[in-house]
Design a protein around this ligand. Structure first.
Ligand code: IPE
Ligand code: IPE
Ligand code: MG
Length: 233
C-alpha cells in the first residue's frame, strides 16, 4: 500500500467476544480471553505496518452494567496482560497510553495502567491507547471540567481549546474506526475525535479477526475519498 494511504491513527471497537463464546457453548469470559490474544496479534501487525497510533476500545463507561463476574474477569485480564507483556512492548518499542476515567477505575487497575504507561513512555514505536473505562461523553464532561477549573471565559472556548483538554491532546484524530461483529453504531467511542474518521464495519467477531482482516480494512480505507466537507477538484 502507498505510504500516504496508511492511516496514522486507527480506533478499533473490538466487539463480539460474547457471541464468539456463545457459538462454541463457552462462557463469555472465554471470549474475552480469546479476544485479548487477538488484540496482541493485531497490535503487532499494526506496529509492523508502521501505523503510529491504535486506540483499542477495551471497556466502556457503559460496560459496568454487565455482571460483576464478567466485569472483574475483564479487569483481571487487563491487569495480568499489562504486567506480562512488558517484554513484548519493549521488543517492539510499543508505548502504552490510556484514555478514559481513571478516577472511577479500581485503584489497582489504575495503578497498573500508570506503571505501564510510565515504563513505556520513552518508546518511539506504535502508541497503543487503551480506552478503558472510556466513554466519549464522559471524556467531554471531564474536558469541560478541566477548562472551568482554569477559570476560562466563554469566549476562550474554541474547538482547539476543547481538543487540548481531552485525554490525549497530542494524539491526532483517528483516520479510521474499525468495528467488528457487524454493529453499525459508535457505542460512545471517540465522539469528538472521530468527527471525520472513516468507518469500517466487519461482520467477523473480534476473536476471529486476523492480520489479513486488518490489511483488508486498510485497503478499503485507501480507496475512500476523504473530502472533509470540501469538494474534490
Ligand atoms: C466486546 O465483546 C468486549 C467488551 C465490550 C468488553 P462483547 O462482550 O460486547 O461481545 P458481544 O457483543 O456480547 O458478542
Ligand atoms: C462497545 O461494545 C464497547 C467495547 C468494545 C469495549 P459493546 O458491546 O459494549 O457495545 P453495545 O452494547 O453493543 O453498543
Ligand atoms: Mg458487544
Amino acid at each position: 500500500m502507498h505510504a500516504a494511504n496508511i492511516p496514522a491513527h486507527i480506533g478499533i471497537i473490538m466487539d463480539g467476544n460474547g457471541r464468539w463464546a456463545k457459538k462454541r457453548n463457552q462462557l463469555r469470559t472465554q471470549g474475552h480471553l480469546e479476544g485479548l490474544s487477538r488484540a496482541k496479534k493485531i497490535v503487532k501487525a499494526a506496529s509492523d505496518m508502521g501505523i503510529r497510533y491504535v486506540t483499542l476500545y477495551v471497556f466502556s463507561t457503559e460496560n459496568w452494567k454487565r455482571t460483576a463476574e464478567e466485569v472483574s474477569f475483564i479487569m483481571g485480564l487487563v491487569k495480568q496482560y499489562l504486567r506480562s507483556e512488558l517484554a513484548f512492548f519493549r521488543e517492539n518499542s510499543i508505548r502504552i497510553r490510556h484514555a478514559g476515567d481513571m478516577e472511577t477505575l479500581p485503584p489497582d487497575i489504575a495503578g497498573e495502567i500508570r506503571d505501564v504507561c510510565a515504563a513505556t513512555a520513552g518508546f518511539p514505536g506504535l502508541s497503543v491507547i487503551l480506552a478503558l473505562n472510556y466513554g466519549g461523553r464522559n471524556e467531554l464532561v471531564r474536558a469541560v471540567k478541566r477548562i472551568l477549573r482554569e477559570q476560562a471565559e466563554a469566549e476562550q472556548i474554541t474547538e482547539d481549546s476543547i481538543g487540548l483538554h481531552l485525554d490525549n491532546p497530542d494524539v491526532p484524530d483517528p483516520d479510521l474506526i474499525i468495528r467488528t461483529a457487524g454493529e453499525f453504531r459508535t457505542s460512545n467511542f471517540l465522539l469528538w475525535e472521530a468527527a471525520y474518521a472513516e468507518y469500517y464495519i466487519s461482520d467477523k467477531l473480534w476473536p476471529d479477526w486476523t492480520e489479513e482482516d486488518l490489511a483488508e480494512a486498510l485497503r478499503a480505507y485507501g480507496n475512500r475519498d476523504r473530502r472533509f466537507g470540501g469538494v474534490r477538484q
